[in-house]
Design a protein around this ligand. Structure first.
Ligand SMILES: NC(=O)c1ccc[n+]([C@@H]2O[C@H](COP(=O)([O-])OP(=O)(O)OC[C@H]3O[C@@H](n4cnc5c(N)ncnc54)[C@H](OP(=O)(O)O)[C@@H]3O)[C@@H](O)[C@H]2O)c1
Length: 253
């Protein structure tokens, strides 16, 4: 392993929505790089325990924490429980959790359909940041990685609720990076392309893959590797950036 990646040793990482999908892979990759990982979930306790088991089987340290990231009191309690469990302030937060992502025409969209997405991608990261900020400031360092999406560049039709919320994440990432940089806290965003996970089982990816310069859909490990890099000291001079991990499917922002 490259030396800078080993510098996650001893750090405490909290990954939201880590019971399956990209979150599980991000959690296991952070643990493989030496971090002690809080595996957050809201519903699937058994799946979260499976993530913990996978990490332990690989020689890592993790524990599962139930909390809905959109509920202020639960987020505050989550941060406190994680810090108390690991005996250290949280060093790394990965805002990954998502609820359902339904598609709506503009006619069928409502403020509520927008707010449902904003709750996950703006409200939840804000609640979590406020909960972990005192500890990070005390330690003089910290790292936030927001999981965005390439839909911001693609502007997918019939998906404006989700696209709008993922777009907001970019401005939020940059503003937080400017404000928190002087406290040693870095804030970046990883924007995945289509990365088939459990919920995409059976989907036909060929049409999408054909348009990707690297000729395939992504794998969860592609996203996990980008997150581990941004969390590591190899990225210690990188903040406020959006890293697209999509085989070149989009450029810019
Ligand atoms: N996969 C892709 O192709 C892709 C592409 C671009 C961007 N992304 C982004 O990547 C992130 C992960 O996506 P994914 O495809 O891995 O999703 P996923 O497989 O549907 O997993 C979602 C995770 O969020 C958790 N969750 C749901 N509601 C929650 C809540 N209220 N509080 C805490 N956790 C909650 C779920 O756990 P429980 O049900 O156990 O609570 C689950 O672990 C999302 O931000 C998504 O927008 C994914």
């Amino acid at each position: 392993m490259v030396e800078y990646l080993q510098q996650l040793k001893g750090k405490v990482a909290l990954v939201t929505g880590a019971s399956r999908g990209l979150g599980r892979h991000i959690a296991t990759a952070l643990a493989a790089a030496g971090a002690r990982v809080a595996v957050n979930y809201a519903n699937a306790a058994g799946d979260a325990e499976e993530t913990v088991r996978l990490i332990a089987a690989n020689g890592g340290e993790a524990a599962a924490f139930c909390a809905s990231v959109t509920e202020p009191s639960e987020v505050e309690a989550l941060a406190a429980r994680v810090e108390s469990h690991f005996g250290r302030a949280i060093d790394i937060v990965v805002n990954n959790a998502t609820g359902p992502q339904p598609m709506f025409t503009v006619e069928d969209s409502t403020w509520e359909t927008y707010q449902d997405q904003l709750d996950f991608f703006v409200k939840a990261p804000l609640l979590l940041l406020k909960a972990v900020l005192p500890g990070m400031k005390r330690q003089g360092e910290g790292c936030i990685v927001n999981i965005g999406s390439e839909v911001v560049q693609l502007g997918n039709a019939n998906f404006s609720s989700y696209v709008t919320a993922k777009s907001a994440m970019i401005g939020m990432t940059r503003s937080w990076a400017s404000e928190l940089g002087p406290s040693g806290i870095r804030v970046n965003l990883v924007a995945p392309g289509w990365i088939p996970v459990e919920r995409h089982a059976g989907a036909d990816t060929r049409g999408y893959a054909a348009g990707v310069p690297l000729g395939r859909v992504g794998e969860p490990a592609d996203i996990a590797a980008a997150v581990v890099f941004l969390a590591s000291s190899g990225a210690k001079f990188i903040t406020g950036q959006c890293l697209s991990v999509n085989g070149g499917n989009t450029f810019g922002i």
